[in-house]
Design a protein around this ligand. Sequence first.
Ligand code: HAM
Length: 423
Amino acid sequence: MAKVIQAIRGMNDCAPAESPLWQWVEGQVKQVLASYGYSEVRMPIVESTPLFARAIGEVTDVVSKEMYTFWDNDEQLTLRPEGTAGCVRAAIEHGWIYNNEQRLWYMGPMFRHERPQKGRYRQFHQAGVEVFGIANPEIDAELIILTARLWKALGIDQHVSLQLNSIGSLEARANYRSALVAFLENHQDLMSDEEKERLVKNPLRILDTKNQALQEVLNDAPKLLDYLDEESRTHFATLCQLLDDMGIAYEVNPKLVRGLDYYNKTVFEWVTSALGAQGTVCGGGRYDGLVEQLGGHAAPGVGFAMGLERLVLLVQEVNAAVPVANTVDVYLVYSGEGATLNAFQLAETIRSALPQVRVMTHCSGGKFQKQFKRADKVDAKLALVIGESEVAEKTVVVKDLRSSAEQVTISQADIIETLTKHF
Ligand code: HAM
């Protein structure tokens, strides 16, 4: 036998038994976004490498270690590790930002060369939202209110909580960075080599370290919130007040800095303890400098993205009331002279009149008994049986596969009326 080729590590197939749950989760996301008036955009999966380097930041883990990059002749390209950079690129390119304020969403695969584990993959899927042109904290609040509504729709609202922080202006962050580095330099004995490297390149990322000893020391470190500029402080206070008034619970986490460089002011994450180490189901924040940094006219931006694998896992874990299987309503069983064509025609008649009914025709021959076994296997509710006499008499046998009721023979002309009683 030929050697079997397997999927790439960390890149998963979605099996037929899993797709109903995925479709349901994606459907809830789309419905909530539509109810806030957001529009879908679709960007390419591949972009030029400098886009990500400039937007996300050279020293971030994503850009320095995790990107899938390759040469296409003399151009360096990267499989998108996230959606914000591409969305901003597209918005500048097509002038989406300047016509009007824009509220956009996208959904699709992202690629990061991380060590795979439960909830962390090399190809994963995000649903993301980006809003351009609104500087006011009301839009930050809207995004958070929108996600809270989505958690309710998915039945996971009791299992996620909101972490919130403000990382201020570039200048405020630079001041804070100096203060933090001065503080941490005295504690280098507690640091791994990687943390020492971070101290030089990206010291704010040390704030979310998993190193226990360092975490304890960090409790006495200078706080970013104390270094905020006046405007960021007011912005954050207004946002917190709005969330309080809207009854959205949150925890201000001064150590929350996020792993991508483009943020300023508001940052937030929705986290769960139900998924083990990979507990962040959604993360985002404001990026008021990014449009200009990527060559557009200055325009504020804010957004977030959620990991669909993590949402699907969480729904599976905590919400039993979701669709779990593809089901077939009607299975066509047929055999004999003229039966194939008759079954095909009858199936098409049903699909035209009752598009919501799922109709499957057998298509693989064999005795009636084998065909009924197949109908059972796909868990069909009804079998419609056509043999030579049914073809001749233009009738069809209707057999309820979920009850012991006697089968009945009806005229094919009455099929829609009969099925309407069942579905
Ligand atoms: P991020 O925090 O890098 O932000 O990713 C957002 C979410 O994607 C995470 O919270 C997580 O649920 C999911 N995710 C990330 N990496 C993986 C992975 N390897 N496997 C499975 N799920 C993963 C961004 O990507 C920003 N672009 C969000 C944003 C939009 N900020 C402003 N606008």
